[in-house]
Design a protein around this ligand. Structure first.
Ligand code: HEC
Ligand code: HEC
Ligand code: HEC
Ligand code: HEC
Ligand code: HEC
Length: 236
């Protein structure tokens, strides 16, 4: 009897000394069985923390906010100019798009301050008087490797500015510009919604958004050109 007990003790001892990993696992599981409640709570807590980090904190950290050098009221100016959007955003004689306006489009009206606005005072004193262009931040700016032509879309494709830009042209204020700290791109490229949900055609302008429309338009208008070129349609 006594020897048997001794032998048993020895065998369990050697088992512990050999410490085989699978039995370790089983031991912990048995010990944890009573602690199920706290563990589930801990798991839920962890889940909530990672969701908050993923959906709220990460996007905030990922984008840095920049203010435009001065504000600009589109709605007000559309009433003041003669040729609508084209007074400031037009095609040059060579067919290229002028894009964001230069002082040349403002100077006729802003040699002197017209109104009470602080933004206008800064505009006239810091830019017009010193003949310095305003360093506007461009929401829709694509990476340098992307080729985009307004002529193909606005002139040939007859597309509306709103389709790609939203309602900036009717807005009263310029919104804050948000720059992705990793890629350096504007938030308008990959979109505001981190789950990738797109409600409007202008919510983002990623590679897949460009191709999506090209495929659709190819079906509608038979413009085979944009598909045959493969990658080189947009990356020259
Ligand atoms: C008096 C001049 C003027 C007129 C008229 C005007 N704009 Fe602008 N527009 C500006 C200036 C200045 C900016 C620069 C702000 C910026 O960096 O986005 C701008 C920027 C824009 C942008 C943003 C480009 C980008 O990605 O940053 C769009 C889109 C635009 N205008 C559309 C329109 C449309 C549509 C109309 C007509 C309904 C219009 N604009 C009329 C002066 C004008
Ligand atoms: C047809 C004349 C005209 C042109 C062209 C024009 N402006 Fe103006 N702008 C005005 C007038 C008038 C006001 C004053 C409105 C008020 O404060 O009552 C004004 C106001 C402003 C203001 C202050 C209000 C605001 O936030 O928009 C800024 C800034 C401004 N203009 C910038 C520009 C820039 C930049 C351009 C060129 C891209 C430009 N303007 C072209 C007539 C013009
Ligand atoms: C098919 C989509 C599409 C349409 C339609 C479109 N744009 Fe754009 N726009 C873009 C893209 C993409 C860029 C960025 C181009 C780049 O970075 O090379 C851009 C850039 C701009 C810029 C800034 C250019 C710069 O870099 O100085 C202005 C201003 C602008 N668009 C105004 C307009 C106006 C006004 C209209 C309507 C007449 C219009 N766009 C129609 C897609 C579009
Ligand atoms: C809403 C629809 C739409 C969107 C969005 C769009 N495109 Fe297009 N694109 C077209 C259509 C339609 C054509 C063909 C125009 C034609 O030839 O009639 C075209 C033509 C082109 C061409 C060929 C131009 C040429 O000279 O043959 C290029 C390059 C191009 N798109 C680049 C882009 C890029 C880059 C983007 C995204 C930033 C983009 N497009 C977004 C509709 C779209
Ligand atoms: C319809 C236009 C279009 C076509 C066709 C296209 N791209 Fe793009 N591509 C874009 C735009 C717009 C971006 C920038 C936005 C983004 O990152 O989604 C981009 C970004 C990229 C980038 C990332 C560059 C960077 O600086 O982040 C790579 C790599 C790339 N494209 C490769 C390709 C390859 C390979 C093909 C062919 C299979 C292709 N593209 C076809 C429009 C296009």
């Amino acid at each position: 009897m006594g020897t048997n007990e001794k032998a048993n003790e020895v065998s369990t001892e050697t088992a512990e000394h050999e410490s085989i990993t699978p039995s370790d696992g089983i031991l912990t599981q048995e010990q944890d069985a009573g602690a199920g409640g706290p563990i589930i709570l801990f798991f839920i807590f962890g889940l909530v923390v990672s969701l908050v980090i993923g959906w709220v904190v990460f996007p905030k950290l990922l984008y840095s906010s920049k203010k435009q050098p001065i504000d600009f009221n589109h709605a007000q100016h559309n009433e003041l100019v003669d040729e609508g959007c084209e007074s400031c955003h037009f095609f040059r004689d060579d067919g290229s798009y002028a894009g964001v306006p230069t002082l040349a489009q403002c100077i006729d009206c802003h040699e002197e301050v017209n109104g009470e606005s602080e933004d206008e005072r800064i505009f006239v004193e810091e830019y017009v008087a010193k003949d310095r262009e305003v360093p506007w931040l461009i929401y829709s700016r694509q990476p340098d490797c992307v080729f985009f032509s307004h002529a193909a879309h606005v002139k040939m494709g007859n597309m509306d500015c709103v389709t790609c830009h939203g309602h900036i042209g009717e807005s009263e204020n310029l919104r804050i510009y948000r720059e992705n700290r990793i890629s350096g791109y504007s938030i308008d490229i990959w979109g505001e919604n981190i789950a990738g949900i797109k409600r409007n055609s202008w919510d983002r302008m990623k590679m897949s958004d460009c191709s999506e429309c090209h495929v659709r338009e190819h079906v509608n208008q038979n413009s085979v050109q944009t598909l045959k070129g493969g990658c080189f349609v947009c990356h020259h």
